[in-house]
Design a protein around this ligand. Sequence first.
Ligand code: HEC
Length: 148
Amino acid sequence: MKSTTVISAFLGTILVGLATAGYAADKTDARKVDIGKAEYEQKCTICHGALGKGDGAYSVMLKKPATDLTTLSKKNAGVFPFARVFETIEGTHELKAHGTREMPIWGKEYRSSKYYDDYLHDPESDRSYFARSRILALTEYIYRLQAK
Ligand code: HEC
């Protein structure tokens, strides 16, 4: 019994070691592991800017400039407005009570078949789960962009 425990502990250490080594190796290509950053660069930089300051190339074409995403916590008494950010990206939180919103809605897009064909290649997988995990990664990335 006792030797089994020792062996399990030993194997556990090796597995943790391997997992850590794999993670460290992946870190050399940050885009590989940083889904939030990759999604942001693909979809949001154009309006919100590379650092989230709202100075993306397309921002000047908008009626209202894209929001500076780095000051969301500051403007909310130091608390990151997690749910609002998530829902804004998803499309469930309307930015304005009236009028059309210029910011695209991503929830629908992530659930579209285009994403399924490009990323998952599996018609059986759960679309809502995929959409939520991408939006969650984006929300967490925006959290990391907050000014200190
Ligand atoms: C076509 C330009 C455009 C693109 C692309 C875009 N946004 Fe926006 N975004 C805006 C505009 C404009 C606003 C402010 C609209 C308003 O207040 O009515 C905004 C607002 C926001 C807000 C609300 C901030 C707050 O005050 O709560 C968040 C969060 C946000 N965008 C995140 C994103 C993310 C994440 C992406 C990429 C997935 C993205 N945006 C892509 C134009 C864009």
